[in-house]
Each structure stands twice: as C-alpha cells, then as structure tokens.
Design a protein around this ligand. Structure first.
Ligand SMILES: [Zn+2]
Length: 390
C-alpha cells in the first residue's frame, strides 16, 4: 500500500485486506457462494472468480488443528460450525482532500495532539482505512500504533488528541467521560444573524438514518444535551455569523443539530443545511425538523432525562411513515444512479465508484480543548481556519 498524491487529492493504491468471518449457525450445510449470494448479495460468478484466485478460503479444524481449504473444492464444500471464512478483499479506498503533512500541536511520549484537517476520518472506518488521521500520523511519525482519545467527525477540523499506548488512551478517555475540568470550544460559520447575547440550547440529539429509515442513535435518548453559543462576528453582506460553540455533552453531530434546530445551520453543512437540488437530504432534514417539533411539544414539562423518542416524536404516525417511504425511494434512486456506469476493477472485477473527495473545507472547527490529565491542566488550541475570517 502507498499514498499517491494526485493534485489536491490523496489516493491509496488498492490493496488486499483479510476479513475473517466465523460461520453462523444458519449457514451450516450451505456453501460459500450460496451464503455470499443470500447474505451479501454477491453473485455466484464473482464468488467463483474469488475462489479461482484464492481470494476466498476456508479455515476448518481437522483433528483439532486448523487447516486451510482453497480452490474449486470450496464451490461444493458444505460449511460447518466453527469454520472460518477467509476473504481477501481488494480494497479501493475513496480519495481524501489532503496534501499533508498533518500539523502537530503538541507531542510528548504518550500524547500527540494534531490539528485534524476537514474531510479525513479520525480512524479506519467504513471504506476508509489508510486514508484516516491515525494511519497518516502513524506513517508521518513512524509509530507502530496510535489510539484516538475522542471522536471528531470526518467533516470537522481541529484538535484531535491521540495516545501512543492503549493505557494512556484509556486514562484520557476516563478524564473526558467524567467531564471534570474538560472544556471544549468549537467555532462554526453559520447562516444568518446569530443573536448577540450568549445562548444555551438544550435539545435531545437524534438523526434519521436515510439508508433504512430508523432513528439514531436509538429509541431512548436523553433530553439534557446542551450547547452554549456565543456570537463572535457577524457579516451583514454575507448574512453569516461566526459562533463559538461549547458542547456540554458529546453526542454525535450535537453542534450541527443544535445549530440547525435554532435556525442557524452551518453554511456548508450538506446534511443539516442541504441545497435545493439535494432532494434526499432536504426531505430527511424536513422529517427530522417535524420530529423535533413533536418532541418539543410533548417534552415541554418533562424533567425525565431519558425519553422514548419513537413515542414522543410520533415516529410511527402515518404521516411520518409516508415521508420515510419516500426518503427510502430517493435513497434507492441515488444508489442506482451512483452504480449506473461504474468502472470495473481489472483485478477483482468489482465496480469502482468515482469520487473526488468531499471538498476541502467544512465550517466547523474544534478550536480549544482543556483537559486535566493526571493533575496537569493541559490546554491546546488549533489555528483558526481561513473561513473564520469574515
Ligand atoms: Zn479491485
């Protein structure tokens, strides 16, 4: 594997990665091509091709010892309990917008603090493995391993704390979870004239999964997620504000959702401030706002911290379900469009979806982080991005 810089994009040369899957009870007696067809939607012809090139193998136990089976035999070999399918996948990682190196704000033997660029996932996830901050920093500093101490969305830039050992990482995570002496400040560039006085906003944090139409992170959410907002600047020509955001809880997309709910979404937030042509996200966003409206009404006098969001938002009502049905149809149509004329990889015969990265900037930045680590109050700040100058 190697990084290839292509203009403003960083690409990863395709590579093989081994996935190990333990045979599930319901697969017993069936063959690998049958299971891959029914459970993963992979055509038998692709599975035969993978078997032919030893990209699919089976690890079985023979008299207690592991034995690898490969080749044509696998086409008819019935799976047994305790077998392990070895799948050597040819990975085509999407490119990221990055021309390196990643700026290091602080470094000691156990802690590294970086200024994460926008558009790079923090750690390997989904289709991204080497194109992630932890892997890039490992390569940049010639380190064996790195552990992210907290989450920072792929789109968001700014302070990211990384530990060099899992013990150091657990220690920092513990401090962050206890939230003692922890202060985080983000800055965002939002639409409209944000109110001049400090504002504390409280709302439960949830979002609608547009792939399957359920509420994330789960049915029960706490209503005490809050963020303090302070306007720093307002530009009347642009009708945009720079706002300081201090989250008092750490829910996924909390700042983005709270700003959207307040009516001042981040200007270039594709998810919570979608453009007119993005029918899918417009609909998803509208459904979420409808759900929030219902939650607001039903929780007005509610002091319980946890609520049943499905019930309170009337999620199962006919009206919402019709919207969700339409959302899933739009999602299907978008996927069909994406795969309509893909380029096929010569090596693994799978489609390569063209991607140009997610743009080079998202207007939410983790500017300051204060944390008490073993009695030392450490304070980090990351340089402000150019977009903050309005
Ligand atoms: Zn391939």
């Amino acid at each position: 594997m190697s990084y290839v810089f292509d203009g403003r994009l960083c690409r990863v040369t395709p590579y093989y990665f081994q996935y190990k899957t333990h045979v599930k009870q319901r697969w017993v007696g069936r063959t690998i091509p049958q299971v891959f067809e029914s459970d993963l939607g992979q055509s038998s012809s692709l599975s035969y091709e993978d078997i032919k090139h030893d990209r699919l193998q089976l690890q079985i136990k023979d008299k207690g010892k592991p034995v690898i089976i490969q080749g044509e035999k696998l086409i008819t070999q019935p799976l047994r309990q305790h077998d392990i399918i070895l799948n050597y996948k040819h990975i085509h990682e999407p490119p990221i917008v990055w021309s390196g190196p990643i700026s290091i704000i602080y470094q000691d033997p156990s802690l590294i603090v970086v200024n994460k660029p926008s558009g790079i996932p923090t750690h390997p996830s989904g289709n991204f493995r080497y194109n992630s901050v932890t892997e890039i920093v490992k390569a940049q500093l010639h380190l064996e391993s790195i552990f992210p101490c907290h989450r920072l969305d792929k789109a968001t830039s700014g302070i990211l704390m990384l530990a060099t050992t899992s013990a150091a990482c657990s220690n920092i995570q513990k401090q962050l979870q206890e939230r003692k002496d922890v202060k985080k400040e983000y800055i965002a560039r939002v639409k409209g004239k944000f109110p001049p006085s400090q504002l504390v906003h409280q709302d439960p944090v949830f979002l609608l999964n547009s792939t399957a139409g359920y509420i994330m992170p789960g049915r029960y959410v706490s209503i005490d997620s809050s963020t303090t907002f302070t306007r720093l600047k307002y530009n009347s020509e642009l009708d945009e504000s720079i706002v300081s955001c201090e989250p008092h809880s750490g829910k996924m997309h909390q700042i983005r959702i709270h700003l959207r709910n307040l009516g001042f979404p981040i200007v270039n937030d594709k998810l919570y401030n979608p453009g007119e042509s993005d029918k899918l996200n417009l609909l998803r966003n509208n459904i979420e706002l409808k759900l929030y409206k219902k939650v607001k009404l039903s929780t007005k006098d509610n002091t319980d911290i946890q609520i049943d969001i499905v019930k309170e938002s009337d999620f199962e009502s006919k009206e919402i379900q019709q919207d969700i049905k339409m959302l899933l149809e739009l999602r299907q149509a978008r996927l069909a469009e994406l795969f309509s004329s893909p380029t096929v990889c010569e090596e693994c015969k799978r489609p390569i979806v063209a991607s140009t990265g997610d743009g080079n900037s998202f207007w939410l930045h983790a500017r300051k982080y204060e944390v008490n680590i073993n009695g030392d109050l450490l304070s980090f700040s990351a340089a402000e991005p150019d977009w903050a100058c309005i």
